[in-house]
Write a protein that binds this ligand. Sequence first.
Ligand SMILES: C[S@@+](CC[C@H](N)C(=O)[O-])C[C@H]1O[C@@H](n2cnc3c(N)ncnc32)[C@H](O)[C@@H]1O
Length: 423
Amino acid sequence: MSFELIPHKLVYGGEALGHHQGRTVLVPRVLPGERAEVEEYRTAKGVVHARAVRILAAAPERVEPPCPYFGHCGGCQYQHIESQFQATTKREILRETLRRLGKIDWRGNIPVHAADPWNYRNQAQLKVERRADGNVALGFFEAESHRLFPVDACLILSPRLNGLLRELQGPDWSRRLADSREIEMLADDRDEHVAITLRGLANRAEGEALARDMLERLAGVVSVGVESEGQLRVFGNPRLDYVVGEFQYGVSPGSFFQASRHLVPDLVNAVVAEQTGRLALDLFAGVGLFTLPLARRFSSVVAVEAGAKEARDLAANARGHSCDHLRVVTEAVHDFLRRFAQMQPDLVVLDPPRAGIGVQPLKLLAALQPKRIHYVSCGPPTLARDLAYLAGQGYELKSVDLFDLFPQTFHIEALACLARRAA
Ligand SMILES: C[S@@+](CC[C@H](N)C(=O)[O-])C[C@H]1O[C@@H](n2cnc3c(N)ncnc32)[C@H](O)[C@@H]1O
């Protein structure tokens, strides 16, 4: 059954929220203030989930989505919104999430760092589906599903990765990919060189032959990892070199690295700028994006990373930059904090996955009484929860920045800087 709705705001996740007959309604691809005819398709926990049938009166911020797959492919949620408005909307969502979930009434500015809103992704995880004729379809999952949506091109992917996406679906490669489940690609900072990780190819000999052919015949591909049954074999260069500012990071196939290429130098600068001192901790360090610049600024740095691949890359990157005063700990942050006893680090950088750091590790961290904490977050709700805890432990929020690393999507990356109040 359809009804008219005028939503009043966008919420984290990409949908617009409105009310109808006393019930909360969420609907994708409708803007605040628009009059839309929508129809209910599901109710969960008292919230009506609806789809838009027609836009009856459009908002001035609405634009024509340039991608033909928009609305089907699950990758983008905001292509119907003018770019500037996307960024300011994310800022308001961040502010409101801090207030609602963290009881943090941040009245200060939230500067938005933005760059080219297209062709920015330096990384893709392409899903693979075998077709009846033995060729494959490559693409991304549909929204809220594990059904593949095939794509020939993607407007947020870098030019180099779009070229590979096209080529891999061509006659030279398609059939040979039929036994793969996923193809991950990471392009370097210049969008020249690429590392590919093939997942799910069980036949070792076929995997190796495919990897070697890719290295020989796919322009720009310098490294191919074949991951199967928990084992990774790497052909070509063991690592892709990615330059950010004055540092070069080696990244193994499948290691975590930031997936948006334009704003990474700004993010690093914002995290480390004006920071110096005796001791810094970099928790959830990855391959050392923040660790290496921190090592230039602090007498001693401890970097903690649970992923074995990332930690190996981090150690190699530290050696490459002669960082003798940097210690890499391959361990979960919680376990590390249970036994770490050096009090009052000058700075702790936190960059956890979307789940946040969590209250138990935060308790241990707060007990060390770091002077400053720079929290890089890709999940506003967990950031709000963790900041609320730190506020109760004597930490004052000094600044909040938003890095719009993923335009056209609902994703929000934020940097919150905190300082310990004087006793
Ligand atoms: C969002 S990434 C950030 C990496 C790095 N700071 C960067 O910007 O490239 C989070 C990292 O934390 C690691 N990780 C996830 N859970 C962890 C845990 N409990 N303890 C330590 N590291 C963890 C992941 O392997 C990943 O490298």
